[in-house]
Design a protein around this ligand. Structure first.
Ligand code: NAG
Length: 326
């Protein structure tokens, strides 16, 4: 009888009737935290437990193991064995897309370890809740308007406009107050919480204002932000050369309907259309100064060819007329 009961244990296969079970599949978000809980049968409380990575049971890599204290931590992974509830909790933090794999909750014992496999998938993290134009250009001594949009739910948060290549260490130039408005020196910021648009206006632009700036939302922890590359062109050359960069910026970002909001982009757009009208006026000048004289000279040539026919009188072309007259 006892032998019969023991018999299946000798041929125990991982994954079939294991004393530990858990979720078959879990999902986490990039940069987020994932918690996996496995439960085990009574009698296994005092055994060490581990969390192993790899699709193949025999060759998976143990990431973390519990110690006497029923707790273990290594790099981004921690494990905790609640022996009262017979629950093994694994926490993986700062998740990366590459963490997607098959993992195992396991119990260490002599002989083959029993384990349960968990399929872990890490999805791309939610994007930054605020976006704007990647690049804007302004003219020296002019005015530049940058508009950033943010996701629903961030309306009541304070927003700011910051200068510097790194969001964590950039210099806040202007911040919104309770009335969703802020102004400091040459910069103002307005947060329209109806259409979730943050409008930054920089005036009396200088060449030195060229830098990376951030539209950002203030919150505890890491502030979400979007980098905007601002370039201030010297007033003269920018007018003469409407570059493709200006065109692409203007096209990449939708211009809102309110005219006061669009100063910067209208400037950009109007430069673009100026470029077009410049082209068509060039074409017009070509027409006037090249094609018209060409036509006139062709006409003149025709007239000149025709003139001797009438003027010479007794030419060889009209002998009949000539002879009849004389
Ligand atoms: C916010 O934008 C909406 C739509 O463009 C406009 O009607 C409203 O007046 C704006 N509110 C503020 C405070 O500017």
């Amino acid at each position: 009888m006892y032998l019969l009961l023991l018999f299946p244990l000798l041929f125990w296969v991982p994954g079939s009737s294991v004393p530990i079970t858990g979720p078959e599949a879990v999902r986490g978000l990039e940069r987020g935290v994932l918690t996996v809980q496995c439960r085990y049968d009574p009698g296994w409380e005092t055994y060490r437990k581990w969390w192993c990575r790899g699709a193949v049971w025999g060759s998976c890599k143990i990431l973390v193991k519990t110690h006497g204290s029923a707790f273990g931590v290594k790099e981004r992974v921690s494990i905790w064995d609640d022996q009262t509830n017979r629950t093994l909790t694994v926490t993986m933090k700062e998740l990366r897309r590459e963490d997607t794999d098959t993992y195992w909750c396991g119990i260490e014992r002599t002989g083959s370890d029993p384990g349960f496999h968990v399929k872990v998938t890490i999805d791309p993290g939610s994007s930054v809740p605020i976006t704007g134009p990647e690049e804007v250009r302004g003219l020296e001594r002019g005015v530049l308007t940058v508009q950033c949009r943010y996701d629903p739910g961030w309306e009541t948060y304070l927003k700011w406009w910051c200068r510097g290549p790194v969001l964590g260490s950039c210099k806040i130039l202007v911040e919104t107050n309770e009335s969703a408005f802020g102004e400091k020196e040459r910069v103002s910021i307005r947060d329209n919480q109806t259409n979730r648009t943050l409008t930054v206006t920089m005036k009396e632009l200088r060449r030195e204002d060229t830098d990376t700036y951030w539209c950002a939302i203030e919150r505890t922890g890491r502030d979400p932000g979007f980098p905007v590359k601002v370039t201030i062109d010297p007033a003269t050359t920018a007018v003469l050369t409407p570059t493709s960069a200006i065109t692409s910026t203007a096209n990449a970002f939708t211009v809102p309907d309110t005219p006061e909001d669009t100063t910067g982009f209208l400037t950009v757009t109007s430069q673009h259309s100026d470029g077009r009208s410049l082209l068509s006026s060039t074409r017009f000048l070509l027409l006037v100064f090249l094609e018209v004289p060409l036509l006139l000279s062709m006409l003149g040539a025709v007239l000149w060819v025709n003139r001797p026919l009438r003027g010479s009188g007794g030419g060889s072309v009209s002998p009949a007329l000539g002879t009849s007259d004389q």
